[in-house]
Design a protein around this ligand. Sequence first.
Ligand code: SAH
Length: 283
Amino acid sequence: MDQERERVSGREHAERIAGLVAGFLDDVPPLVPGEVALVGAGPGDPSMLTLAAVAALSQAEVIVHDALVDDRILALAPPTALFDYAGKRGGKPSAKQADITLRLIAHARAGRRVVRLKGGDPFVFGRGGEEVLALSLEGVRFRVVPGLTSGLAGLAAAGIPATLREVNQAVILATGHAGTGEGGLDWAALAATGQPIVLYMAMASLGPIAAALIAGGLPPGTSAAVVASATTGREAVVVSTLSRIAEDAAAAGIDPPAIVAIGEIVAVRARLIGTARLIEAMQ
Ligand code: SAH
C-alpha cells in the first residue's frame, strides 16, 4: 500500500515539475523573425543548459553552432531547423570570424529566428562580444542568453571551490591561447597576485606557462589541476603540482577541451573527496 502511494505521489510530483518547467519555458519571450539569440550552451552536458537556452533552441529556424556542442543539445531544435556549422578549433580548418558574423547578419536579414550557439558562456573567451557588436552596428535585433562558463562550472564539477574564505579573495580567469609568446599575458604579474588562476585554451602551452608562473614567483609545488571535458561522460581530472602538471596531463592522455586550475583551492579537492568517501563509508 505504502509503496503504491509513493509511486502515485512520485508520478504526481514528476508531472508537477514538468508543468512548472513548461511554464518557465513559456515565460521566456519568444524569438521574433530576424532576431539573433547568442546562446551559451554551458560546459557540455545537456543538464547544464539554462531554460532560456532550451526555449531559444526550441524556436530556432537556424542554428549557427561551434564544434563542441553535444548532439543531444542540437536535438532540441525543431526538426525543420537548419544547422550552419561554424566550428573553430585550434589548428583545424575553421570558419573565419568575419564570415560567421556575415552569416549571422544574412540569416537575420532573411527574416529567420537565429540561434548562435556557443560553448560555456557566450561572453567568456568566445568572441560573443565581437559578434553582438557587429550585429548592433548592422541594426540586427539580438539577445544574449548567458551560460555556465567552463572555467567555473568545470571547477565545481571537479570538486574544486573557486573561492574559499581562508584561501583566496579573487579568482583569475585567463586565456593561455597566446602562451608565453607575443600577445601573451604577463604571467609574472599574475603570479604576483597570489590568487588562483583558471586557464582556458592553455593545453598547447601549459609547460611554458607553468614555467613562466614559477619564474614569476609561484612555488613549483603549488597545487594544479587539469579538468577535461568537464560535466560530460568523458570528464577527466588530473591533480598535480605546477612544475609537473603539463607532463602529468600529457602522460594521462588528456584531450581538449580542458581548463587548468592553479592554486591552493585545488588542494581542497582531496579533502572534499576524502570527506565524501568517509560519509559514504559511514552510511
Ligand atoms: N565560452 C566558453 C569558452 C570558450 S574558449 C566558456 O565560457 O566556457 C574554449 C575553451 O573553454 C577550451 O579551450 C577549454 O579551455 C574550455 N572548455 C570548454 N568546454 C570545456 C569543458 N567541458 N571542460 C573543460 N574545459 C572546457
